[in-house]
Design a protein around this ligand. Structure first.
Ligand SMILES: [Zn+2]
Length: 177
C-alpha cells in the first residue's frame, strides 16, 4: 500500500515537472517601452558587485514609476520587501524558471496571482540598495533544475547552474528586429 502511494506521488511529480517544460516560454523585456540599449549587456556576473560579489542579473534603466512588466506568463510566488532587493516580485514561469524583479517603487500583484507576459506587475524604482542610484529594474532568472554544464571557474561559478543570463535570450529575441 505504501509503495502504491509512493508511486502515485512520484508519477504526479513527474507529470507536474513535465507540464512545466511543455508550457511555452514567451519572453518580453520586463520594462514598458524599454529597448535592448537600456541595459548593459556585459553586467551579468560582473564583479566586484557590492554585497552580492557578482551581479546575478541585468539592470534595465528607466524613469522612476515606469511600469514594470512580467517577462513571462507565470504565477506570483512572492512580493514585498526582500533585503538589498528592496521591493521585489518573484514569479514562477514556464520551464521551472524563477523570475526576480527588484528595486521596485511599487508592486501591483498578490500571491498566487496568474500573470501574463507583458502584464504590468509594478513600477520601476530605486528601493533596496539602489537608493541614490538611477532608478532601474534588476531582473534575474533562476532555473530550479540545475544546468550543470554552466558551472565554471569564475567567482561563485557553481551558481551559474542556477542563475541564467537574462541578456542572452532577450537579445536573441529583440535583435531580430
Ligand atoms: Zn542589478
Amino acid at each position: 500500500m505504501k509503495k502504491r502511494i509512493f508511486q502515485y506521488i512520484a508519477g504526479f511529480t513527474a507529470f507536474l515537472i513535465a507540464i512545466g517544460y511543455i508550457l511555452p516560454e514567451k519572453l518580453v523585456i520586463p520594462v514598458m517601452g524599454a529597448k535592448t540599449r537600456d541595459w548593459n549587456h556585459q553586467t551579468f556576473w560582473y564583479e566586484p558587485w557590492g554585497k552580492s560579489g557578482v551581479h546575478k542579473g541585468i539592470d534595465i534603466f528607466a524613469k522612476k514609476n515606469t511600469p514594470s512588466l512580467s517577462a513571462t506568463d507565470g504565477v506570483v510566488i512572492y512580493y514585498g520587501k526582500f533585503g538589498i532587493g528592496g521591493n521585489v516580485i518573484v514569479v514562477l514561469g514556464p520551464k521551472w524558471k524563477i523570475h526576480y524583479y527588484a528595486h521596485l517603487a511599487s508592486t501591483n500583484v498578490s500571491i498566487g496571482k496568474f500573470v501574463r507576459a507583458s502584464q504590468t506587475i509594478g513600477a520601476v524604482g530605486d528601493s533596496g540598495n539602489a537608493k541614490g542610484k538611477s532608478p532601474h529594474l534588476h531582473y534575474s532568472v533562476v532555473t530550479l533544475l540545475p544546468y550543470f554544464w554552466r558551472w565554471d571557474k569564475s567567482t561563485q561559478g557553481w551558481k551559474k547552474m542556477f542563475y541564467l543570463n537574462p541578456s542572452e535570450r532577450l537579445l536573441s529575441i529583440y535583435s531580430k528586429g
